[in-house]
Design a protein around this ligand. Structure first.
Ligand SMILES: CC(C)(COP(=O)(O)OP(=O)(O)OC[C@H]1O[C@@H](n2cnc3c(N)ncnc32)[C@H](O)[C@@H]1OP(=O)(O)O)[C@@H](O)C(=O)NCCC(=O)NCCS
Length: 179
């Protein structure tokens, strides 16, 4: 799969993305709102299997800058995460992480508008959901701008492998709601 937006190419991960993914996940500024302010330390093996992407329920993509060819974001959707507000609709969770060099320039809006449209046009998924940390203002503005609607109440998350607990809020989007 390869999807083009105005300034980017969204494509499957490849082995040359290894360093980019490793550094992105190690960046505590990128990972703090998902509970890892010291960065996510993942084994080389785990990054390798993320790149190989063998699970058909998990679609993973890397985003390149069209002009420079530089990889600057990872995104994707996952059908194997339960969504308690699905109400019979086929659901998928969506995620996006950009390198700090590309924040605040409209890239995530550009990428997710095209990617959500792609998902609804090319799969049988009926609702896409996200669960940003309630303190992640950039992510919430991003999702609301695209048309995601707040669902339910904030949920507190804590686990032994998280560096800090977080409180997250569900938002969801259906095909006819993309803005
Ligand atoms: C969240 C993230 C994907 C946003 O990407 P981005 O390309 O910077 O977002 P955009 O430039 O498309 O901006 C989307 C909206 O958020 C706003 N925004 C972006 N960064 C912001 C910030 N730091 N504070 C407040 N608002 C911000 C933009 O102004 C824009 O809203 P507007 O058009 O009404 O002005 C990016 O900051 C990131 O990768 N963060 C770390 C990983 C993460 O938290 N991912 C989300 C997990 S749920």
């Amino acid at each position: 799969m390869k999807i083009e937006t105005e300034r980017t190419i969204i494509r499957l991960p490849k082995s040359s993305d290894f360093e980019f993914i490793k550094n992105l996940w190690l960046d505590g500024e990128v990972m703090k709102f998902v509970g890892f302010p010291d960065g996510l330390k993942v084994s080389d093996e785990d990054i390798g299997s993320w790149i190989l992407n063998k699970n058909p329920d998990r679609m993973r993509q890397v985003v390149e800058d069209k002009e420079t060819g530089e990889s600057f974001a990872e995104t994707g959707w996952q059908e194997d995460i339960p969504y308690e507000y699905a109400n019979g609709r086929k659901s998928a969770s969506l995620d996006i992480k950009l390198a700090r060099s590309h924040w605040g320039k409209g890239y995530a809006t550009e990428i997710l508008r095209v990617l959500t449209k792609y998902i609804f046009e090319n799969t049988d998924i009926e609702v896409v959901f996200v669960d940003p940390n309630i303190e992640n203002i950039a992510a919430i503005k991003l999702y609301e701008k695209i048309g995601f609607k707040k669902i339910g109440q904030p949920v507190f998350h804590n686990s032994d492998n998280m560096q800090i607990p977080i409180t997250a809020q569900y938002y969801e989007l259906e095909n006819n709601e993309i803005q």
